[in-house]
Structures are given as structure tokens and as C-alpha cells.
Design a binder for this molecule. Structure first.
Ligand code: 13P
Length: 339
């Protein structure tokens, strides 16, 4: 048993001062390689699917594969929706068995973001699914065939401490993505994270903080950000580019090659290497070493594959129960709205 929700996972990370890496799945084969990376590092991991990447895969089809892969390993795996844009997508992810969802309302005015996120939190929490919200605006995006354009963060869109406090208090989110100089995709020049602002947000909010746009951030900046309250780090572009670079190199060294799976495997192995390095930098390597008994979902004697039904009080969400639970909650919400 290894499925865990974001709240439980990040509570442990925050207490023990490490961050959990959240890596975007854009291809079925990546799932196995990323889980292997985490297993070899004895690290928890977050496998996330972003709504902008629905062009590459079907949510309902990939979900059972990710979930069954996660259930087979004895490390905590959180299956997370990244940058969900509507209630419909959030409900689709919950119905598919995701243990955590992000609703990104950062493009809306504060009031609207609070209103929408609050509704989503109520629904998700009723079935044990965690919610990540976003306040401030992290620009850029990591999609499309061409290399994503390098971005410079806009200071006026950085997270404001007072707004973050209000957002957190009113929405009851479990984790908060903030903008402190981070951007998605590549950076123009060296990233300049606003650590002072991060420390102020950390002091004002009693909640795990999330750093999007991990690609291109130097290792020492990651370590500093983690020491100041960052507990989840989203990372994708660099993993994708490294995999492509490795394939390019392999093809130039072996121009006669014609085996498609072997070419793809080179890229996947490179993605796995990059992820292993990130887990080390994020401080989550060896968190799950059995001798340390820090594995969040397993007791000292119970580390390994377990049936959660045999373990009372477990926080694991049973996929089979989720569809029923969320359907009932949504119907009751609709009935309530009508009266
Ligand atoms: P990068 O692609 O810049 O690493 O960011 C990933 C991300 O934040 C996904 O939400």
C-alpha cells in the first residue's frame, strides 16, 4: 500500500524539513521509470498530470495505470492533478482516484479565486482528497513541441503576504503554491527567488508551501527555499529536455539504429537519472529507508505492500469507494443549491 494524499505527505515533509518532488507525467512509460527512481532513492514521490498535458494523454485511461503502479510499491506515492482549471476537471480527477488536486484560480481576481477554491476544497475534503491552491501568478508554461520560451517573472504578480493569509484562512487548502520569482519552463538568466518574501509567507501561514517552475533553479536555492518552508517542488521541463538530449546523442552515436523501444528507453533512463538527482537535492532520499521507519503510510512492522482494508485508521483512499463517495457528495451539493 503506497497511495497517500498530499496533506499527509507534506505534513511529514514539513516536520522533517525536506521537499517532495512532483514530476509531470506526459507519457505512460514515464510512470514506471519515475516510480523506480523514487524506489531506488527510498523517497516519497508525487506523480502529477497537468491539465495542459491532456493533449498527450487521457486522464481516465492513465489514472488506473498510475494508481495500480503506486499501490505495488512500499514508498508513499501521491497521485496529483496539476493546474486543474475547472470544477469539472477536479471532479474527473477525484472520480479517477487521484489522491490530491490542484485548483489553479490564480488568473482570477482574489475574491473569485477564493470562492472557487473554497467550493473545490469542500468537495475534495469530503472524500479525503487534498487540495493545492495558488495565489500570486507563476507565469510561463511547459508545453508544445518547440522548447518553451524562457521567461522573466513579473514582480507585481508575486504573492502578497496579506492575500496569502486571507486565501489560506478562507479556502482551507492543504498546500499553497506561491510566486516568488519562479516561472514555468526556462528562466531568462539566473532565477532570483525572493527569499525574504518566502520567509514572510512561511511565518504568516501554518501550511506547506509549493514551488512551481523547478527547472533551472540552482541546487543551493532549492536547499534555501526548503529551509524556508517549501515542501513540494514541481519539476518538468528539465527532465523533458534531458531525455530528448540523451536520445539525440544516442542517435548521433548510433545512426544505424532502427529499434524504436530502445531509442525511447534511452530517454526514459535519462529522465529517471534527472529525477533521482532532484530527489537527493530536495532532501527526500532515504526518508523511506526501512531502518529509519519514517515511511509515512507504514508502521514499523508493516512496511511493504499492504491491503489498507486490513489496517484501521489508514489515510489511504480506496479507489473503489471514491466514485461512490464523490457522486453522493456532488448530488447532495446540487440538491442543496436548488433549495
Ligand atoms: P518546470 O517545467 O519549469 O520545471 O515547472 C513544472 C511545474 O511547475 C508544473 O506545475
Amino acid at each position: 500500500m503506497a497511495l497517500i494524499n498530499l496533506k499527509d505527505l507534506l505534513t511529514h515533509a514539513r516536520k522533517n524539513k525536506y521537499a517532495v518532488g512532483a514530476f509531470n507525467i506526459t507519457n505512460l512509460s514515464l510512470v514506471e521509470y519515475l516510480i523506480d527512481a523514487a524506489l531506488e532513492e527510498r523517497s516519497p514521490i508525487i506523480l502529477q498530470v497537468a491539465e495542459v498535458h491532456f493533449r498527450y494523454l487521457n486522464l481516465e485511461e492513465i489514472a488506473p495505470f498510475i494508481i495500480s503502479s503506486a499501490k505495488k510499491v512500499n514508498i508513499p506515492v501521491c497521485v496529483h492533478l496539476d493546474h486543474g482549471e475547472s470544477l469539472k476537471t477536479i471532479v474527473r480527477a477525484i472520480r479517477s482516484g487521484f489522491t490530491s488536486v490542484m485548483f489553479d484560480g490564480s488568473k482570477y481576481p482574489l475574491e473569485e479565486n477564493i470562492k472557487l477554491t473554497k467550493e473545490i476544497t469542500r468537495i475534495a475534503h469530503s472524500v479525503g482528497v487534498s487540495v493545492e491552491g495558488e495565489i500570486g501568478y507563476v507565469g510561463g508554461e511547459a508545453i508544445g513541441e518547440r522548447a518553451p520560451v524562457a521567461h522573466t517573472p513579473q514582480k507585481e504578480l508575486f504573492t502578497k503576504v496579506e492575500e496569502a493569509v486571507r486565501f489560506w484562512q478562507e479556502t482551507d487548502v492543504d498546500a499553497l503554491a506561491i510566486a516568488i520569482g519562479n516561472v514555468h519552463g526556462f528562466y531568462k538568466g539566473r532565477p532570483e527567488l525572493d527569499f525574504e518574501r518566502l520567509a514572510q509567507i512561511r511565518d504568516a501561514l501554518n501550511i506547506p508551501l509549493v514551488l512551481h517552475g523547478g527547472s533551472g533553479i540552482p541546487d543551493e536555492d532549492f536547499r534555501k527555499a526548503i529551509s524556508l518552508g517549501i515542501c513540494k517542488i514541481n519539476f518538468y521541463t528539465e527532465m523533458s529536455r534531458s531525455a530528448v538530449d540523451r536520445i539525440r546523442q544516442y542517435l548521433s552515436e548510433n545512426p544505424e539504429i532502427s529499434s524504436f523501444p530502445d531509442v525511447v528507453r534511452k530517454g526514459l533512463e535519462e529522465a529517471k537519472n534527472v529525477v533521482k538527482q532532484r530527489l537527493q537535492v530536495f532532501g527526500s532520499s532515504n526518508v523511506c529507508a526501512p531502518e529509519k521507519t519514517l515511511c509515512i503510510t507504514c508502521s514499523k512492522d508493516g512496511c511493504g505492500i499492504e491491503d489498507p482494508r486490513l489496517k484501521p485508521g489508514t489515510k489511504t483512499i480506496l479507489y473503489e469507494e471514491l466514485v461512490e463517495k464523490i457522486s453522493r457528495e456532488v448530488i447532495s451539493n446540487l440538491l442543496h443549491q436548488k433549495t
